[in-house]
Design a protein around this ligand. Structure first.
Ligand SMILES: Cc1cc2nc3c(=O)[nH]c(=O)nc-3n(C[C@H](O)[C@H](O)[C@H](O)COP(=O)(O)O)c2cc1C
Length: 151
């Protein structure tokens, strides 16, 4: 089975840490059972050269917003814009398998709002969410979701 690919951005390191835990967990599962798919993470930052993706991928995006009423009025994406531009670059959106949102529930209605906006922009769905760095249970839960969606 091909590795499951995840494109992500991380400003303060939480998403990077989560994707690392996910790839490590997948590696352990793969050692126990070679049919369990590996995970590859690819960080998208302001330094990334935009390219035409050729293989399907999931997107893992944290939430940084300013302004608005928390739903649809005037809210502005900050920090993660390059990832949003990358996944809608040329035909890349056609290869998006789903969006994983991360954030902090203290933001109430704005919780994982960037992920929900990306799902809308790529005509896909938010397939999973977690807070901050994610727990070990989040890692296991989300790995199983990704496996199910790529079967
Ligand atoms: C300035 C700022 C704004 C944020 N806005 C939101 C928000 O609107 N909704 C949300 O769910 N989380 C919000 N968060 C929480 C981040 O999405 C969360 O800390 C995430 O884990 C950061 O990921 P990173 O460390 O990979 O950059 C915000 C955090 C900061 C620092």
């Amino acid at each position: 089975m091909q590795p499951i690919r995840i494109l992500f951005s991380s400003i303060s390191g939480n998403t990077r840490s989560f994707v690392k835990k996910l790839t490590d967990y997948a590696h352990e599962e793969h050692i126990i059972n070679s049919a369990a798919p590996l995970i590859e993470g690819f960080e998208i930052s302001d330094l990334t050269n935009f390219t035409d993706e050729t293989d399907p991928f999931f997107v893992c995006v944290p939430t940084y917003l300013s302004g608005g009423n928390g739903i649809d009025n005037g809210v502005k994406e900050l920090m993660t814009n390059t990832l949003g531009e990358y996944i809608t670059y040329h035909n890349n959106a056609q290869l998006v398998q789903g969006i994983i949102g991360s954030g902090n529930r203290n933001f109430n209605e704005q919780y994982i709002l960037t992920a929900r906006r990306y799902a809308h922009a790529t005509k896909t769905a938010v397939v999973a969410d977690y807070e901050l760095r994610g727990t070990n249970q989040d890692v296991e839960r989300i790995y199983n979701i990704l496996i199910t969606l790529t079967k």
